[in-house]
Design a protein around this ligand. Structure first.
Ligand code: G3I
Ligand code: 9MR
Ligand code: ZN
Length: 541
């Protein structure tokens, strides 16, 4: 084992629900184990772990220690016969409520253009940032107000497509699990009437509306400085000129999708805003129709910030058409959905580059009666087949998740949470609780039941990520990082200098460094947080 105090018995460091399955994973020799009630020291359960799974992605000899029989609320830890102990965790009816609130609150901390006040941000308060107008790339005399929204990540760029993915996850979570969003975060805008999740998403939607090119309906790809600022630069000190990169089809498709979604979701709370979002979505759709074949975005000369390149925009167009159809019921949009569905792109993927899954979900959520029978059936069957594949892969995995060795890529934790989302979508359309059980196993991995014994969410769990590649957390002089942020997670590609130097030869799931220099394994982003909000919301209803 690489770290001397790495615990061999790992658990979800937050805990488990009273009635649910409770499994710890022991790495090493199989053994008798006991579950100890922390306060009293009494043995709540004694059992024997299962036979070993030799787990290729993690390099572990993984044994399952099942203590589902413990159903009394309280705080516990697991102890092996060799004296090894796990993190302590709770057993409670709703163990993930604070976690969900923290994951959602992170979006407040990502806000740009406004002061984060002590009242809401505590020690992580800072001044207003990036308030200057942006220069339209290639037109030095043209400047536009692009203030607001959320920073993308550990850097301060604001990128339209990734922003749309993040909003989509949050709005979908709200549409499917509204009861999980009853409590206030709270936010400065909380009004006791509009759910806070909608108020937070409005921050990014308002910014996206500014990214739509007047007259054409196309959407600018991103707003960034020419290059990334230093790692300890606070947002308000990042005062280099801001540049608006050209319109892209991917950004425009994502924009149309998310605005059509917003038109539907905000309608009961703010009709004028809903109408504005719909008009913006329709204008973007018109741009897409007028630009059927356009090359994918690449960074203009002189700009070296995140590219978010995407060679295929059919999936973004599919999502746009499906949301516009779901919101308006328009025949033209329905025809576009059917035509685009024939194109070869992933239909069940929820990544920033592959948005086809959102189109599939929008079409299925329109309902069977609104849909074309054969397309509805094939998308539903395809979704369930994909979920079945994820369940099978999870069954073969020592830590019970669906990632294979090759899936530990940059931002692997997005895949962990996206796959859990897809499983929950399958649960929604089939009513089969086995999919939810598998999704929950993915949350257990994120929160510490992994070979590194780490909680990948800052501020949550016994051993959370402490040194994310996140400029405010590096620059603010506060010991603890900004809380509630999901770290990217292991990337076997060893894509930064720090991990390339320190982690050669490690198994895929160990290619992670809790070091602020490791931007390829330990950065944070809005679109890694958002699927985690969706997943936790499901378990808070
Ligand atoms: O999809 C391929 C896969 O088929 C292949 O097996 C695998 C092998 O490494 O690579 C996969 O592609 C990776 C891709 O992410 C997957 O989404 C690339 O290697 C990897 O380089 C790429 O990383 C992206 C990274 O930017 C570098 O471009 C991340 O997804 C993306 O989240 C990240 O985004 C950055 C922004 O540029 C700037 N802001 C911060 C943000 C997070 O780090
Ligand atoms: O800090 C940057 C991070 O936010 C980006 O996601 C990442 C993507 O490429 O790049 C980071 O910047 C690094 C740059 O790419 C290479 N030199 C070191 C920079 C980090 O300090
Ligand atoms: Zn900012």
């Amino acid at each position: 084992m690489s770290t001397p105090d790495l615990r061999s018995i790992t658990v979800n460091q937050i805990g488990y629900s009273t009635e649910g399955v409770k499994i710890a994973i022991i790495n090493g020799e199989g053994q008798d184990f006991r579950v100890i009630h922390e306060e009293t020291g009494t043995v709540a359960y004694a059992g024997k772990s299962s036979a070993a799974v030799l787990d290729k992605p993690s390099g572990a000899r993984a044994h399952a220690a099942d203590f589902s029989e413990v159903r009394t609320a309280g705080r516990y830890y697991v102890e092996g016969e060799d004296g090894a102990v796990s993190a302590s965790f709770v057993i409670a009816d709703k163990p993930y409520q604070e976690l969900q609130q923290g994951l959602l609150k992170a979006f407040y901390y990502f806000r740009c253009g406004v002061e984060l006040t002590g009242e809401y941000a505590g020690p992580w308060a800072h001044g207003p940032c990036h308030t200057a107008e942006g220069i339209v790339h290639g037109q030095p005399e043209k400047r536009l107000d692009c203030c607001g929204g959320w920073h993308d990540a550990g850097d301060y760029g604001k990128y339209s497509g990734p922003g749309a993915k993040a909003i989509a996850d949050l709005l979908l979570a709200y549409e499917l699990y509204p009861a999980a969003f009853a409590a206030a975060v709270p936010l400065p805008e909380s009004d006791g009437r509009t759910p806070d999740v909608l108020l937070e998403c409005k921050v990014e939607l308002d910014w996206l509306l500014k990214m739509q090119e007047a007259g054409t309906g196309g959407v600018y790809h991103k707003l960034t400085t020419l290059s990334f600022p230093g790692l300890d630069v606070m947002p308000e000190d990042d005062t280099a000129e801001l540049y608006i990169s050209p319109v892209s089809a991917a950004a425009t498709g994502d924009f149309a999708g998310v605005m059509a979604m917003a038109a539907r979701v905000y309608e009961p709370y703010d009709q004028a805003y809903a109408r504005r979002c719909l008009a913006a979505a329709q204008a973007a759709w018109t741009w897409l129709e007028q630009h059927p074949g356009v090359p994918g975005f690449t960074n203009p000369p002189g700009i070296t910030t995140g590219e978010y390149g995407d060679g295929n925009d059919q999936d973004e167009r599919f999502w746009a058409a499906a949301e516009l159809y779901r919101t308006t019921g328009g025949d033209d949009y329905h025809e576009a959905v059917q035509a685009l569905a024939k194109q070869p792109f992933p239909k069940y993927s929820l990544g920033w580059a592959d948005m086809g899954g959102y189109g599939t979900l929008a079409y299925l959520l329109s309902g069977e009666s609104a849909a074309q029978t054969a397309l509805y059936a094939s998308l539903k069957q395809g979704l369930l087949a994909e979920a079945d594949r994820l369940v099978r892969q999870s069954r073969d995995d020592g830590y019970r998740i669906s990632l294979r060795e090759e899936d530990y890529i940059w931002g692997s934790n997005m895949l962990v949470m996206n796959n859990a989302m897809l499983l929950l979508a399958a649960e929604h359309f089939s009513g089969n609780p086995a999919y939810a059980g598998c999704a929950l196993d993915h949350l257990h991995y994120l929160m510490g039941r992994n070979v590194l014994d780490i909680s990948y969410v800052t501020g949550f769990g016994d051993r959370p990520v402490m040194h994310p590649h996140h400029r405010p957390s590096v620059g603010d002089g506060v010991a603890d990082p900004v809380p509630g942020m999901v770290s990217g997670g292991p990337d076997r590609g060893l894509h930064d200098e720090y991990v390339a130097l320190h982690l050669q030869g490690k198994p895929a799931a160990q290619c992670f460094a809790d070091h602020d220099l490791s931007y390829s394994t330990n950065e944070v982003t809005i679109y890694w947080n958002s699927p985690a909000v969706f997943v936790t919301a499901r378990f808070n209803v």
